[in-house]
Design a protein around this ligand. Structure first.
Ligand code: ADP
Ligand code: ZN
Length: 724
């Protein structure tokens, strides 16, 4: 199906291309399908529904659990010139009425609401009076009790399906587990949904594990001083948060605490200051970050142990949502491990104790492993990753590899011999020929694998076993009673179809953490550009404060960096900057161009003359609907407008209007079939002379040589060129 995707993407969001996956999702949405999107934080979920919302007639309803997220998204959309608003309990009655009026007037394309809203009779009456194009369930894992954030209000959402059976539903989440996915499909009654599961690999994130000792504080301080981006430091207890905050403040870092012991007001204030770039560092317990969307967090430090690997993935994943290089550092000390073990031992419920122990072990394995950090995290979600990622401590300092294939075969065949019913320790006991009572009890001293592994220590076998797990060469059950299971890859190793190469030494890497590490893919800014970048940032901050919005709503870091690099001097050049859509061009173009102009003058660089106003671009582009697509399809088959009109039982002028709209929206309409190039140019020239508003003056200016239809078509082309 031909689409308007790219022009609309550039116009409203300022981006040139969709990310992999986004296109299929948007196209399925336009095809009225139910959709489930599983994408990691920073993957670009919002665009998956915001773009189709703009390309369809009617209102898109977005259900979102958190008021702060709603507000931020709506601000960002408005700044891009998209009609968006939200309704929630924080609004005064008059305000609600005003917004409902805007919805009825068709000014709103995206309406954000909390799920409770559906219990409100006035709201339901409003919905009966508008055409709803899609229902979006954001943070859809909230519907599942298996998720980490179950919300009973989400359970009521299935009633929406009954109330609006014809309206397609799109559910989105960053939660990866299969159980939650199935639950979402079932609870929301998604019909034959298109399911998109994105890779959970966050390429722009650098992962490292560091020993936590007396030098750690200095190292963190140095890290914070060597960058100027935002950072989050996670601690397990309030006391740690408070102590670390005080220390950093004393050392001149703009830092604030965030934990459950603060009043609601203080917490909100601290969070707002962080989002608005008034403070740079947030020291927090893990609760922090759920409700924030800040895309430009450059560093996430775990100062204490994360609870489990999934938690670590989600928390560290709050870095670099904008796709810019960012770092995730995890500090581990054996004292911390002992402390967590002690806490787990206090648990009275044996089941949850076992699960907690297994989760702790997985975290320690992750930290101690010489394997790619990314591979271990992804393996945890069942995703395979091969090779050197080039962006974690282990891959950047690879250790020499040894061939462990024979040992792996011994290990795996032992798993097979015990019928895949035992855990790692037991397997190792058999291999090492242990005299434990449990071995004899199961008659395992009679196995052919008994005692064949005495050449290696228990610890070496354990390292091998963990590496096999991390590489997906063997599986383990996760209910707290971990049992090893063979999989396809295990059999490949056993059949000698696959070799196993592992690093020799296994310990937490001790090398110095490099300062100012830049991701190799990024070309760093020159000193001059960096200077401009800083000035652009402060302009952004000033504008954001004037408007009372977070700075990233004005422009993201990537946009400012692009500006610093390109140094555009004309509106045209400015519109080519990453993230500059037509609204932002019109709204902020002059201010940023003037700053660049001043900067270049100061530096003695040549400058183009500064325009006094930005070109006015149409506020809303043409809205294409299904009827346009039908016309385009027939036209592309070679039918004339008259023939299409006949086929569709419509008047020919309607068809001409469709074609003019399609041309304006930069769709593949071969205009030459209807209007020779020379004639097009004549009409374009006339429009430049007498304006585009009315057809009659154009008609007259051209001595009535061209029909109104022809002028209409050429005007579509003229409008298209104003946008692009
Ligand atoms: P998620 O909700 O999945 O965590 P967001 O929707 O907040 O992610 O998107 C993360 C960032 O990526 C945002 O800054 C967004 O503007 C940007 N982004 C999304 N899609 C694209 C794209 N096609 N091109 C460039 N940037 C994009
Ligand atoms: Zn790696």
């Amino acid at each position: 199906m031909p689409t308007l995707l790219e022009p609309t993407l550039k116009q409203y969001f300022g981006y040139d291309t969709l990310r992999p996956g986004q296109r299929e999702i948007v196209e399925s949405a336009l095809a009225q399908q139910d959709i489930l999107v599983i994408m990691p934080t920073g993957g670009g979920k919002s665009l998956c529904f915001q773009l189709p919302a703009l390309l369809q007639s009617g209102l898109t309803l977005v259900i979102s659990p958190l008021i702060s997220l709603m507000q931020d998204q709506v601000e960002a959309l408005k700044n891009n010139g998209v009609g968006a608003t939200f309704l929630n309990s924080s609004l005064a009655f008059g305000e609600v009425q005003q917004r409902e009026k805007e919805v009825l007037q068709g000014k709103i394309k995206l309406l954000y609401i909390a799920p409770e809203r559906f219990a409100n009779a006035q709201f339901l009456a409003l919905l009966d009076r508008v055409k709803i194009s899609m229902l979006i369930i954001d943070e859809a894992h909230c519907v599942s009790e298996w998720g980490h954030d179950f919300r009973p209000e989400y359970r009521q959402l299935h009633t929406l399906r009954e109330r609006f059976p014809q309206v397609p539903v799109m559910a989105l989440t960053a939660t990866a587990t299969e159980r939650v996915r199935q639950d979402i499909i079932q609870q929301l009654n998604l019909k034959d949904p298109f399911i998109h599961i994105a890779s959970f690999n966050r390429q722009n994130l650098y992962y490292a594990v560091r020993p936590k000792d007396k030098r750690t504080y200095t190292e963190i301080l140095r890290q914070l001083k060597s960058t100027d981006g935002a950072a989050i430091i996670y601690c397990l207890s309030r006391r740690h948060v408070d102590e670390l905050t005080l220390k950093l403040q004393n050392d001149g870092i703009a830092a604030l605490p965030y934990h459950a012991g603060l009043s609601d007001k203080d917490r909100t204030n601290n969070q707002t200051k962080f989002i608005r770039d008034d403070v740079r560092v947030m020291i927090a317990t893990v609760a922090f970050g759920m409700g924030i969307n800040k895309p430009d967090v450059r560093l996430v430090i775990h100062y204490d142990l994360p609870k489990n690997l999934e938690g670590y993935y989600q928390e560290s994943g709050r870095a670099g949502r904008d796709g810019e290089p960012s770092e995730c550092i995890f500090y581990l000390s054996y004292g911390d491990i002992a402390q967590v073990k002690y806490i787990i031992a206090q648990k009275t419920d044996a089941g949850s104790q076992k699960v907690a122990e297994q989760q702790l072990r997985q975290v320690i394995d992750y930290a101690e492993s010489p394997d790619c950090r990314r591979r271990i995290q992804l393996a945890y979600f069942g995703e395979a990753f091969f090779g050197n990622c080039g962006n974690c401590d282990n891959c950047l300092n690879p250790q020499s590899l040894e061939n462990w294939t024979i040992e792996a075969q011994k290990f795996l065949s032992c798993v097979a011999r015990v019928n895949q019913k035992f855990g790692m320790n037991h397997i190792i006991d058999i291999l090492r020929g242990s005299k434990q009572a449990k071995i004899e009890q199961y008659q395992h001293h009679k196995l052919t694998t008994y005692g064949i592994g005495q050449a290696h220590s228990t610890e070496s076998w354990r390292k091998l076993g963990r590496s096999l797990l991390h590489r997906g060469l063997v599986d383990e059950t996760t209910d707290g009673y971990p049992i090893l299971k063979l999989n396809e890859l295990s059999w490949e190793v056993l059949r000698r179809e696959r070799e196993v190469w592992l690093p020799l030494t296994l310990q937490i890497v001790k090398q110095e953490l490099p300062v100012n590490r830049t991701n190799s893919k990024e070309v760093p800014l020159s000193d001059l550009e960096e200077g401009l970048f800083q000035r652009l940032r402060s302009l952004r901050k000033t504008l954001a404060d004037e408007q009372n919005v977070p700075p990233y709503v004005i422009f993201g870091d990537s946009s400012l960096r692009d500006m610093a690099r390109l140094q555009p001097q004309t509106a045209q050049a400015f519109s080519n900057v990453f993230g500059v859509g037509s609204r932002k061009l019109a709204r902020y173009g002059i201010q940023f161009l003037s700053l660049i102009h001043t900067f270049r003058t100061e530096q003695g660089l040549p400058n183009a003359e500064l325009a006094s106003s930005m070109p006015m671009l149409p506020e809303a582009p043409i809205q294409l609907t299904a009827t346009h697509w039908v016309t385009l399809e027939l036209y592309q088959k070679g039918l004339s407008p008259e023939a299409i009109a006949k086929e569709r039982n419509l008047r020919p002028t309607r068809i001409i209007n469709h074609l003019a709209d399609l041309i304006e929206a930069n769709q593949p309409v071969e205009l030459e079939r209807l209007l020779a190039l020379q004639s097009q140019n004549d009409i374009l020239h006339a429009i430049e002379e007498v304006g585009h508003d009315r057809l009659k003056p154009i008609h007259e200016y051209l001595g009535e040589k061209y029909s109104y239809e022809e002028i209409r078509l050429a005007r579509g082309l003229w409008k298209q060129r104003q946008v692009t």
